[in-house]
Design a protein around this ligand. Structure first.
Ligand SMILES: [Zn+2]
Ligand SMILES: [Zn+2]
Length: 606
């Protein structure tokens, strides 16, 4: 969002002034460097101390001056303080209008704990003999030999995990929903997305011998033991089994634990059919399962192939603009080494963080016969050649279309490009001017729920409209004086004059705007709190209103409904009716308001 340039100039001027001021008092500590603007007291005391020191040369040091300033401040009337309050507000005004991030802050990032370690597999790959490499290829895992990446980018993985829809099997990023299918696993990781389902269950006695040979405990098979076994030059059945276990346990399907799941032995009984399996589907299923378990709080570590998620993001979102759509070799795994990833991450940062690129369709359906796709024709797991890569236009797909056919053990995935090309209109969402990047292909429902739907500035003399985020910024930069700032979960005392019909409340934490609405009815005042935003907004805010008169009090606790601006008429929402006798002499209404953000809404405010 652009900041008006005159604002910039003012800000710069003010900064310069502050700088000059601070130079005048070198003794003063770091205080003036704080990023947040000073309050009115600070403005007053700066000025006061300056004058005091000049007029009291005998006074030694800052302490006496500060004390005098403090005494003077306490004795000042509200009107006298108003000058400084105004000045503080001006600075705040500029601060808020130039502060870069007004978007709601993402949830605090926890540390990512994962056993997915490309570096570990990479090290093992370096020591394989030619025969062993051939054995790996014969099992359909040849693409792994092209692995060049050694470390996961954890902040990216965390970011992606937060946007990974496990039930819809999609990533919700850049204003779009990008479905993920086993075909994407084939595209990125080079593992076949067709063939027999991998089944990792069965009677225990079938794998009893294998369990013994791998010293498998209930915890699992030791990764170190596998590493030891893989050091032997042997390239036969035992090598193959150990390699698959190791690749699954360290990269393709790690669980929350370091040890490899012994259940994998079920599909390793007959090592000769290992190339016939649908590994793409298996990898995706396991990723979905592990992320779901992690979300349910069942485990501290995130399992599943996070490397796939990371590379899938790189391949699905372009940060180089449309001109940069050049074919990449398939599978993509081999094109992402440490250098390429570092370069890519740098471009992400230049753009302002993750999610600012453009979603692209890396391969078109012309290369993927849907019959092969849908009917499980048993194709050998040879890798797609680079002709398998083409680029399509920007697409948008509703995850539901994918979900329909996608239960856990089948890979009947509808080709994502087919519907899109059949009905593609390429029409941008009507809220494009407010920041929505979605292209309407066939899912014309999008506009109904688009979070960029415009909201109107609630002030009667202002014609501004914009997305709720733009409106928050607009309000804090243009109407600082017209609203009240509040902190979530903290009660705020407000007063509404007899002619005031509403009060704008702006959350300090995320800038979200709320309206305290008042309408005068025949028996009293009707009060309700709404949140300014499109009605499709997901976040829920509980609020609490308390009006008191002597020992009487009236209270309403309810959920703030969303309205894209002022509330007109009588919407069917909760309200608090306050009898006239609760009002002050001049008809003003005193209230206490508390708004909770969802995380703490469970806590009562009593
Ligand atoms: Zn939209
Ligand atoms: Zn306005």
């Amino acid at each position: 969002m652009k900041v008006p340039s005159d604002g910039d100039v003012m800000m710069a001027k003010r900064k310069a002034e502050e700088h000059i001021e601070s130079e005048g008092k070198r003794k003063k500590k770091k205080k003036l460097v704080t990023p947040r603007p000073a309050c009115s007291w600070v403005h007053f005391s700066r000025e006061f101390i300056k004058e005091y020191s000049a007029s009291h040369p005998e006074s030694s040091g800052l302490k006496a001056a500060t004390k005098a300033a403090s005494d003077a401040w306490k004795s000042m009337s509200l009107e006298e303080k108003a000058t400084y309050t105004r000045r503080a507000r001006e600075v705040w005004d500029n601060y808020l209008s130039t502060a870069p991030a007004r978007a709601p802050k993402p949830r605090k990032q926890t540390k990512l704990v994962t056993r997915c370690s490309p570096g570990r597999l990479f090290n093992v790959l370096q020591h394989l003999t030619t025969e062993q490499k051939d054995a790996v290829k014969s099992m359909g895992f040849g693409s792994l030999l092209g692995l060049r990446c050694r470390t996961l980018r954890r902040s990216l993985c965390l970011w992606l995990l937060q946007r990974f829809n496990t039930s819809g099997r999609s990533l919700e990023i850049c204003g779009k929903r990008i479905p993920i299918s086993p075909k994407d696993v084939e595209f990125v990781m080079g593992l076949a997305a067709s063939g027999k389902d991998v089944v990792n269950s069965g009677p225990d006695d079938l794998i009893a011998d294998l369990r013994r040979s791998y010293n498998a405990t209930n915890r699992g098979i030791s990764v170190r033991l596998l590493e030891e076994r893989l050091k032997a030059p042997e390239a036969g059945e035992e090598f193959k089994r150990s390699f698959v276990l190791y690749a699954l346990g360290t990269l393709l399907s790690p669980t929350a634990r370091l040890d490899v799941s012994p259940s994998f032995l079920h599909f390793l009984i007959n090592i000769d059919v290992i190339h016939q399996y649908n590994w793409g589907n298996f990898l995706l299923d396991r990723l979905v399962r592990e992320v779901s378990r992690f979300r349910q709080g069942k485990q501290r570590a995130v399992g599943g192939c996070l490397l796939f998620l990371q590379l899938f993001y790189y391949e699905s979102v372009s940060v180089d603009g449309p001109a940069a759509l050049v074919p990449t070799p398939v599978p993509c795994l081999s094109s992402w080494g440490e250098e390429e990833i570092t370069e890519r991450e740098k471009r992400e940062r230049d753009l302002g963080g993750y999610g600012f690129g453009e979603v692209i369709c890396k391969y078109s359906c012309t290369n993927m016969e849907s019959s092969e796709y849908r009917n499980h024709i048993d194709v050998s797991p040879t890798l797609k050649t680079s002709t398998g890569v083409a680029h399509g236009s920007v697409f948008e797909q509703e995850g539901d279309k994918i979900k329909v056919a996608n239960n856990l053990m089948t890979s009947s995935i509808a080709c994502r490009g087919i519907d899109a090309t059949a009905e593609s209109t390429g029409k941008p969402c009507r809220n494009k001017e407010y920041g929505c990047n979605v292209t309407l292909d066939y899912n014309n429902d999008h506009e109904e729920t688009c979070i960029f739907s415009p909201c109107a500035c609630p002030l009667p003399n202002c014609n501004f409209t914009g997305s709720s985020e733009q409106l928050s910024l607009h309000f804090s930069s243009k109407h600082w004086d017209s609203g009240r700032r509040f902190r979530y979960n903290n009660p705020l005392s407000v007063s509404l004059g007899i002619n005031e019909q509403f009060l704008v409340l702006q959350a300090e934490e995320d800038g979200i705007l709320f309206l305290l609405n008042k309408s005068i009815e025949s028996i009293g005042n009707m009060i309700m709190v709404t949140c300014i935003g499109p009605s499709s907004s997901k976040e829920k805010f509980l609020y609490d209103l308390v009006a008191g008169r002597g020992v009487s009090s009236l209270r309403l606790k309810s959920l703030a409904e969303y309205f894209p601006g002022r509330v007109e008429g009588f919407p069917p929402i909760d309200f608090l009716l306050i009898p006239f006798r609760f009002l002050g002499y001049s008809g003003q209404l005193e209230l206490e308001v508390c708004i909770w953000n969802s995380k703490e809404s469970g806590a009562g405010c009593s």
